[in-house]
Design a protein around this ligand. Sequence first.
Ligand code: AGP
Length: 368
Amino acid sequence: EQIKKGSYDHFMQKEIHEQPHSLTTTMRGRLKNSGVILGGLKEHLKTIRRSRRVIFIGCGTSYNAALAARPLVEELTGIPVTMEVASDLLDRQGPIYREDTAVFVSQSGETADTLLALEYAAANGALCVGVTNTVGSTLSRRTHCGIHINAGCEIGVASTKAYTSQIVVMAMMALAIGSDQLSSQARRESIITGLSSLPSHASEVLKLDSEMKELASSLVDSESLLVFGRGFNYATALEGALKVKEVALMHSEGMLAGEMKHGPLALVDENLPIIVIATRDTCFSKQKSVIQQLLSRKGRLIVMCSEGDISAVGPSGSCRTIQVPEVADCLQPVINIIPLQLLAYHLTVLRGFDVDQPRNLAKSVTTQ
Ligand code: AGP
């Protein structure tokens, strides 16, 4: 076990730091200058393009990865995308049709809720696509087609490198489905360029490790942590909070910043730490106004912003910042989650909890 962890103390730590490599293996052989090649989808692209909607289905981190990719799939394909937590779809027996493409996302490919949702969608005639890290898994065998994320074996119960590889695979899927749309050719090419430089940006953002350790020590005694995101980074807020609660055993909620004034604002005071994700994208000015509203209520803010953007997000010295490299807006969630993974990791170590086997959790939830 020690050999497999190499120089790292925990698998979660190793897997966070492996991301420049896992992202590379996810994209290997799949990116071309003018498009992407996804062998597993090739035969089905025409059917997917004719779908009435795409439904993303998953649980936990895999659901969050799909949520991160949703805006890009909508933008590049023009097909409406709906999101389903697998257990909720089953509870409601939600409507699924033959004209739907159902995309099942699961690191393990063995999650019971996701597999039951797959059985349900297949019985209703949908085209079922799998996105998994596990070759030969039940998910990869039972779907009509799919894409392996090739992130390498993930051992820590907290999913880290699979999350970023899942987002990249679904971004590539959006590029492949939308490749017949001439009007977005330039946008697709800029995303492909952005994908190729993601591993080096991931290496860069990992340099924040000691800064995140220091931030963790300032938050170690907090009872709760809120994370506000929107647009491409709503998923980052949910996923960052999920990491903190599942391993550091600290209450944490990811929230849609657009919903702040509809309730969560009442929680704001000088003590509750709030991370606001305000990297550059079309939601930036709205996030700036969220920051202003929180500061005017004396909120204890930690702002995640693009490198060199500190003065743009608020008056100098008004809040702590986490500065991350700027990448294509739709790929920014891949970079933004990494400091939050590091934060969750260091909080867990400082609070003395088991990093790789969090209380009450299993790597793969094979029962309903
Ligand atoms: C991730 O950190 C969690 N342990 C959990 O939410 C997990 O993502 C979920 O159980 C789904 O697992 P899967 O991707 O293997 O289907």
